[in-house]
Design a protein around this ligand. Structure first.
Ligand code: TXA
Ligand code: MG
Length: 330
């Protein structure tokens, strides 16, 4: 009898067989679940876009087993990128680098760069080592919707359009990887995530720029993205109780996600949010999914601190709440 966790080897072997013949396998990472395909198989990569209903000119991240696979995907690995990889891989960091010859346009969205990362999850690493190559994998959700942080979420959203879903439990980080472009003279942050800016700057030894409007295409940077179905509004802490009351008085059915307690009310579904940024990120998407299903017609979320460790959470909340903005929609 085994006293180790479930033997995942048969599932990994099945997944590899499916990937080799061009199929799609959803797999867990420490950030969110990915929808994986052989990054060297154009038809397989195109299937990802069809299943996600994602515009074809958006690039996907290539997941590799370890940094020794970089030369297959990146033409150059600048010193800053090598340092970041050594410090944070495996982990929630994607490096955008100059693409190597032979990397498919379907993967890069036709750009001259490619996003690469080594995820930190035992099942993802087992899969990548057994596959022995790169897996193109965006988050395993429909375009614009919340990323899945459990196998059940993948099944609920993509169901039988995926050939196999590997179940690795709930994701530990809960929001998508930090994306840093290391192409030009100075690294640029394209998407905040699990790895903080200060930690990366310490490793690189210089400032990391914040991407402006000239940044390359990245759907994670669209104003409306990572969004629940229910209309969501961010409310400053001091105004939350009044906003809830006003909504109820107007005949609305609000659901609330807040770090501070509210006076209990039978008309309101309220979920308390964690007080640390890391824990908040871990539960964010699964809580928004849950609140999407409680029959509310308005989601009121208490704004979080404007502090460095909340950068990634603030970014995702702003996008989840920006259904009506659409200022940099495709
Ligand atoms: O944590 C994550 O990054 C998850 C897991 C599955 O690894 N993946 C993920 O993938 O969030 P996706 O496709 O949902 O978002 C990846 C982001 C997109 O905004 C994409 O445009 C950007 O990475 N990206 C990929 N390659 C890029 C490139 N060459 N230049 C700029 N952005 C790129
Ligand atoms: Mg995504």
């Amino acid at each position: 009898m085994r006293d180790t966790p479930l033997d995942t080897a048969p599932a990994v072997a099945r997944a590899v067989a499916i990937l080799r013949r061009g199929g799609l396998v959803a797999f867990p990472t420490e950030t969110v679940y990915g929808l994986g395909a052989d990054a060297g198989n154009e038809a397989a990569v195109r299937r990802i876009f069809a299943v996600k209903q994602r515009p074809v000119d958006h690039p996907v991240i290539v997941h590799i087993p370890d940094a020794s696979h970089l030369p297959r995907w990146a033409a150059r690995v600048p010193e800053a990128a090598a340092r970041l990889a050594a410090a944070f891989w495996p982990g929630p960091l994607t490096l955008v680098l100059e693409r190597a010859a032979g990397v498919l346009d379907a993967v890069t969205g036709g750009q001259d760069s490619v996003g690469v990362r080594v995820p930190y999850h035992p099942l993802a690493l087992d899969l990548l080592h057994a596959f022995g190559g790169g897996l193109a994998a965006p988050s395993a959700n429909l375009f614009g919707c919340l990323s899945p942080t459990s196998a059940e979420h993948v099944l609920a959203e993509l169901g039988d359009q995926v050939d196999l879903v590997l179940d690795g439990g709930a994701c530990r980080v809960g929001i998508e990887s930090t994306i840093v472009e290391v192409n030009g003279s100075q690294p640029r942050l394209l998407r905040p995530g699990g790895i903080g800016l200060a930690a990366m700057e310490a490793v690189v030894g210089s400032a990391i720029l914040l991407a402006g409007s000239d940044a390359p295409r990245a759907p994670g940077r669209l104003a409306s993205h990572y969004a629940p179905r229910t209309a969501m509004t961010l409310v400053e802490p001091g105004q939350l109780a009044a906003a809830v009351q006003a909504a109820v008085q107007a005949g609305r059915r609000p659901a609330v996600f807040s770090r501070h307690p509210l006076p209990p009310s039978p008309a309101v579904v309220a979920v308390r949010a964690p007080s640390s940024a890391a824990e908040y990120a871990r539960v964010l998407y699964r809580t928004l999914r849950r609140l999407d299903d409680v029959g509310a017609d308005l989601l009121l979320v208490e704004a979080v601190p404007d502090a460095p460790d909340w950068l990634a959470v603030r970014d995702r909340l702003a996008r989840a709440a920006s259904h009506d903005l659409g200022d940099d929609e495709p």
